[in-house]
Design a protein around this ligand. Structure first.
Ligand code: SF4
Length: 129
């Protein structure tokens, strides 16, 4: 059985119970539509370790989380749209901290997929260039 995970924004998680992500996963819709007809287990739901005033003390814990993805045979991590923020020009861009985590996941052999729920969740491999 394929095992996947969700990665989301710590800041947003203060007011988010993850219902949109879990609904879409259970329905195999939106960012998870590519799993239709497949047996898939949601094996982890994790956050970044924060930034600014919400930066957690244990920043090196991110490396442990990435190692857990590998150890637990997670084949793909879906990155929630809450990790996209508006810049000064009002454009939505993926948080650079998340991009760095995504690059490390790819180096570790874990695929990074764009989105969980919502219209912008493509369910395709995230472009990290
Ligand atoms: S580092 Fe990015 S994803 Fe993490 S809490 Fe800050 S804004 Fe959210």
């Amino acid at each position: 059985m394929k095992k996947i995970a969700i990665l989301r924004c710590l800041d947003t998680s203060a007011a988010c119970a993850g219902t949109g992500c879990l609904r879409a996963f259970n329905e195999k819709s939106e960012g998870f539509k590519g799993y239709a007809g497949q047996e898939v287990q949601l094996a982890a739901m994790w956050t970044c370790n924060g930034c600014g005033d919400n930066k957690l003390a244990n920043q090196e814990g991110i490396e442990k989380k990435i190692a857990r993805m590998v150890k637990n045979n997670i084949s793909a991590v879906h990155v929630s749209h809450c990790t996209c923020k508006k810049n000064a020009a009002g454009e939505e861009i993926r948080c650079p901290v998340i991009i760095d985590i995504c690059r490390k996941l790819e180096v570790a052999g874990v695929a990074v997929i764009d989105g969980t729920h919502g219209q912008k969740a493509t369910g395709e491999r995230l472009k990290l260039s």
